[in-house]
Design a protein around this ligand. Sequence first.
Ligand code: ADP
Length: 262
Amino acid sequence: AEEQLRHSLKMDAVGQLTGGIAHDFNNMLTGIIGALELMRVRLRKQQYDDLGRYMDAAHSSAGRAAALTQRLLAFSRRQSLENRAVAINPLVESLSDLLQRTLTESVVLEMDLAEDAGFAMVDANQLENALLNLSINARDAMPEGGTLVIGTQRVERNAADAGRFGGKAGTYVSICVTDTGVGIPQSLLEKVFEPFFTTKPLGQGTGLGLSMVYGFVQQSNGFVTVDSHEGQGTTITLHLPLADIEIAENETPAAPSPRSAG
Ligand code: ADP
């Protein structure tokens, strides 16, 4: 759970850092552009004295910008997806401690797990992050307290049914996060998955939670649905394709085959 907490804090930090990184990067570019500008003026006036200094300034600014993008690239590589057959109920249950600590005392956490929920091919870390993001949103939607229910279900979907949400016919494991909070106004339902869309006060919301959830589910070949009623609450459901493996109860899935190098 500590590992999970650290991971979720890291994810939160990523969101909050995005703005900071863009700001730093912009400062570096401004430094480079400024130095080039000065060089152009001096060249036009054929004043060569300060050119070396400006060139050094541009060079060091560009160097810092390159170092920053290197760090970002290294970070995003660590974040890459590793899809495996993940047992959904145990993953949800393992989050319960962490969630209890994240939720305010006035929020009651309930689990409603279907015994046959099964496995989905997903990146376990990303699924945990997605569920944490959804739970934190649910908590924030219930400032006066309420109930947060995390439920799982196995659902058969025909082409028409799944197609409405851009999915394919087949068996899905759905994980729903339901709150009894303020709800999302109809006019905002389309917007909430957009990156940087937030209704939270400055410094509290990054607007990246749901867009990360959306990205994760898309990459897992699933889809997300929202059902919300103002003043009553919200259910956000992740629909993930059931992993096509049969595993006896209490057995862990076979180790995934080694990934190819690269
Ligand atoms: P953030 O939480 O940082 O604002 P998100 O992308 O996670 O970013 O959410 C975007 C917006 O969607 C929130 O600011 C809020 O307005 C709305 N929202 C998300 N989840 C819920 C929920 N469970 N109940 C009510 N509104 C929600």
